[in-house]
Design a protein around this ligand. Structure first.
Ligand SMILES: [Fe+2]
Length: 244
């Protein structure tokens, strides 16, 4: 299976599993029939103009771990900026009207398409990040996920420690991911806007370690943000939904 097909095969079940935030919302899909260009016949496809998906919780729902102020800026300014920039960048290009996930695969690794890739991937990453957090997060994963975690890492604590190490070890901006690679679960980190799907890895959950994710609440103490989120907010149920 070539790289693009691998990506889509990995992504499609993930994007359309059930959740408190629908996947159409999570991916910034416009369901407004007057909202833009003609849609494809495939109901699973998203098209531009991409819209900022709503949060799957209230802005203050993650307090005191992540403040409403951080969520407001992060979602309403940073993520919105990526969505708005993407819509501007694709005007008059082959990417106008293209589904978000396809834009990512089509632009990954192409130096002349870096700006489109960055904004498309960041739009996707943030939608995925919000769903990786929950006011009722932390605690124990669902049984099926816990079994896979224990098989791959030895214990839940070891998995969390590896996620924290990846989050702390990412120099500068980026992301720490729990991914599925065949039968195994792994932790990987990516820089800036990069995504694991282009390497054939299926994301299960992600931590945003860009400074804008934590600086208002934790300043330079990324370690406190990471460990507290892993203990209190991480949405194991969402990760479990994404398992093959
Ligand atoms: Fe972010």
């Amino acid at each position: 299976m070539n790289r693009k097909l691998t990506f889509l095969a990995v992504l499609c079940p993930l994007l359309f599993s059930s959740s408190s935030c629908t996947n159409r919302e999570a991916l910034g899909r416009s369901d407004d029939p007057k909202g833009g260009k003609a849609k494809t016949n495939d109901k699973l496809e998203s098209v531009s103009p991409h819209v900022l998906p709503p949060l799957p919780f209230k802005e203050d729902a993650l307090e005191p771990v992540i403040s409403a102020k951080t969520i407001s800026f992060h979602h309403g300014k940073h993520q919105k900026g990526y969505v708005d920039n993407l819509n501007k960048l694709v005007v008059g290009t082959d990417f106008a009207g293209m589904p978000l996930e396809k834009i990512i695969t089509e632009t990954a690794g192409k130096v002349d398409r870096t700006a489109i890739f960055n904004n498309a991937a960041q739009a996707w990453n943030h939608a995925f990040y919000w769903r990786s957090l929950s006011p009722k997060g932390g605690g124990e994963p669902p049984a099926a996920l816990k079994q896979k975690i224990e098989a791959s890492f030895g214990s839940l604590d070891a998995c969390k420690k590896e996620l924290a190490t990846a989050a702390m070890g990412q120099f500068g901006s980026g992301w720490a991911w729990l991914v599925q690679d065949g039968d195994k679960l792994k932790v990987v980190k990516t820089g800036n806007a990069d995504v694991p799907m282009t390497a054939g890895l299926k994301p299960l959950l992600v931590l945003d370690v860009w400074e804008h994710a934590y600086y208002l609440d934790y300043q330079n103490r990324r370690v406190d943000y990471v460990n507290t989120v892993l203990d209190k907010l991480i949405n194991w149920a969402f990760a479990a939904e994404n398992l093959d």
